[in-house]
Design a protein around this ligand. Structure first.
Ligand code: ZN
Ligand code: ZN
Length: 374
């Protein structure tokens, strides 16, 4: 095991996150935290090696990694103590707990297997392992300016790609063709990838909220549900639109208008201090009035950030309150098996004063008609 010592201070945003994390560790009476979740590790260090863990101590961060990621860790985090392990993670950890005299070490119970917990516990004895759940995810809830800038960029890429692909839509294209073009365009525009497997669902396929794009072809009168997003700077965007090929099928008109009204009403309710369940209820009430309440079979939305689905959830029975800095999707939908479904999804930032809708693609019914050529 070789280690190299830090030469600089972490960037300001990273330092702020680390200090907040250390405060949580200290309040629980622990000496350090072992971060085993890769996304949390990236959040706290900007290092994204697939192997390893981060050890957050009061005055330093040790990054445990293996030889493949040593160079990258050194470049990305010159301020951290990079520990390149040659043996197992447990042995490296045992040696660090001794070197830094850690008596009580916090672990992330939601990001550690039962087997690892047992192995680590034995390896680090007499150091005690203590579960410290949700400590990093609660910090990740409120996005700082670096993070909202990255989310805005992920949205810009997703929206630009969508506009291009819609312009190029032709009759006879398959769901798969459209999904592939979206991912291709997003990548060309600077995305590191799609934030989740792109959904393109034609006609009756759209009644499956998580439909996989297949060989169905678009034709005149098709309703096509597209749910897609990009990753930029590690951060995700997530949007859904339904487009209609040359004309709107009569059954979709009322579905679309009801879902849009429900979505707009829910977005108007987003503000700091409002309970998650109350935002969900706005959309649900509107759809129930339209006779479609039972067709709205999922929660209204989810947090968005480094993960495509993260805390919080806008759903029934979630009584937590919105806070400035939270970014959520607002995505009511209705699904009629054999006919199809409509979902409309936008990304919303909670601010001190209320909310800002970050996404900007049009969604009025008439704007959704596409003049697909042959
Ligand atoms: Zn989505
Ligand atoms: Zn979503």
């Amino acid at each position: 095991m070789a280690s190299r010592h830090r030469s600089h201070q972490p960037p300001v945003a990273i330092n702020r996150r680390l200090q907040a994390c250390r405060e949580g560790i200290r309040l629980k009476g622990l000496d350090a935290l072992l971060v085993t979740n890769r996304v949390d590790q990236f959040y706290l260090t900007e290092f994204d090696g697939e192997d390893g863990a981060a050890l957050v101590l009061p005055s330093r961060v040790c990054l445990l990694t293996d030889g493949r990621f040593a160079e990258e860790a050194g470049k990305k985090t010159p301020w951290a103590t990079v520990v390149v392990r040659t043996g197992s993670l447990k042995d490296a950890l045992a040696s660090l707990t001794r070197r830094y005299r850690i008596r009580k070490l916090g672990v992330q119970p939601e990001h550690m297997t039962v087997a690892d917990l047992g192995t680590f516990r034995k390896a680090v004895a007499p150091t005690k392992l203590r579960p410290l759940p949700r400590i990093v995810s609660s910090l990740r809830l409120r996005k700082d300016e670096t993070e909202t800038a990255a989310i805005r960029e992920a949205i810009r890429i997703a929206e630009t790609a969508f506009r291009t692909v819609i312009r190029r839509m032709r009759l006879g294209m398959t769901e798969r063709d459209i999904a592939a073009e979206l991912v291709f365009e997003m990548t060309r525009l600077g995305a590191s990838g799609a934030s989740f497997p792109t959904i393109v669902a034609e006609g009756p396929n759209s009644s499956l909220p998580h439909a996989k794009p297949g060989d169905r072809r678009i034709r005149v009168g098709s309703a096509v549900l597209i749910d897609w997003g990009a990753i930029a700077g590690g951060y995700c965007s997530d949007l859904t639109r339904v487009v209609f090929i040359r004309r709107i099928p009569p059954r979709f008109r009322r579905m679309y208008e009801s879902v849009l009204a429900a979505q707009l009403e829910a977005i108007r309710a987003v503000a700091p201090g409002v309970r998650m369940c109350d935002v969900d209820a706005r959309a649900r009430r509107r759809l129930t009035k339209a006779g479609m309440g039972r067709r709205f079979t999922h929660g209204l939305g989810h947090g968005l950030g480094l993960d495509i689905h993260e805390a919080p959830r806008l759903a029934r029975r979630v009584t937590d309150r919105l806070e400035p800095g939270i970014v959520v999707t607002v995505e009511p939908g209705v699904y009629f098996p054999g006919i199809g479904g409509v979902r409309i999804e936008d990304d919303v930032l909670v601010t001190e004063a209320g909310a800002t809708v970050l996404t900007s693609l049009p969604k009025d019914l008439d704007a959704m008609v596409v003049r697909a050529g042959r």
